[in-house]
Write a protein of this length. Sequence first.
Length: 254
Amino acid sequence: MHPIVAELGPFRIYSYGIMVAIAFIIGIYLAKKEALRKGLAPEVIYDLVFFLAIGSLIGARIYYLAFFNPRSFIEAPLAIFKIWEGGLAIHGAILGGLAACILFARVRHLSFWTLSDIVAPPLMLGQAIGRIGCFLNGCCFGIPTGSFLGVRFPADSLSDIAYGGAKVHPAQIYESLADLSAFFILWAIRKRIRFGGGVFLLYLMMYSLIRLVLSGLRGDSLYIWGSNIKIAHVISIGALLTASIIFIRKRNNA
């Protein structure tokens, strides 16, 4: 766990921020390459990424607060903007990014399905890289385990506070490897899918399956209000079913 890479006077360079930056750079490069293959100007990707970044950030923050501390919307509404304090959720980022992509497609009179197919593989790779940042930061940790795979985070880390220094599953690494495998699959088969939205829908299905399995090993999950049901499981099941139905219909009509 190395949350801070360097300190330059009052400024700190965070490992999570570095991994997110790397994910953005690689993601933009791959998206531009895919856009060119589909006949779109690379400049479109720069504009799209701006929309996606804003939408994802807002979605990730609102989603997190909605399930972690919904009272904050009334008691401290400005807390929504305090992203430096932590508290972002990937499902919220996906939902926010999805809304931003739909809006961008309408404003620019482009096909949403084409745009979503372009960004889906880079997004999956970005999530794989981002989870490495989570591991270095100490967030998104797993539940206790006696397995040889277990890791022990430093004192005063989120894992230590939650489980008293017990060894936990490196859930961040598990997901990073799963996301990376899913990226290679998406990248390899993207040219074989002949209908718009197929790659994006496969992304949704694959990531939903990943989260369905790995959320059971997470020790910092968000829950539906007043229950022990993990919201990640509910979202994943809903996304998996919806994406599967749309995929089958679009494939049959292609």
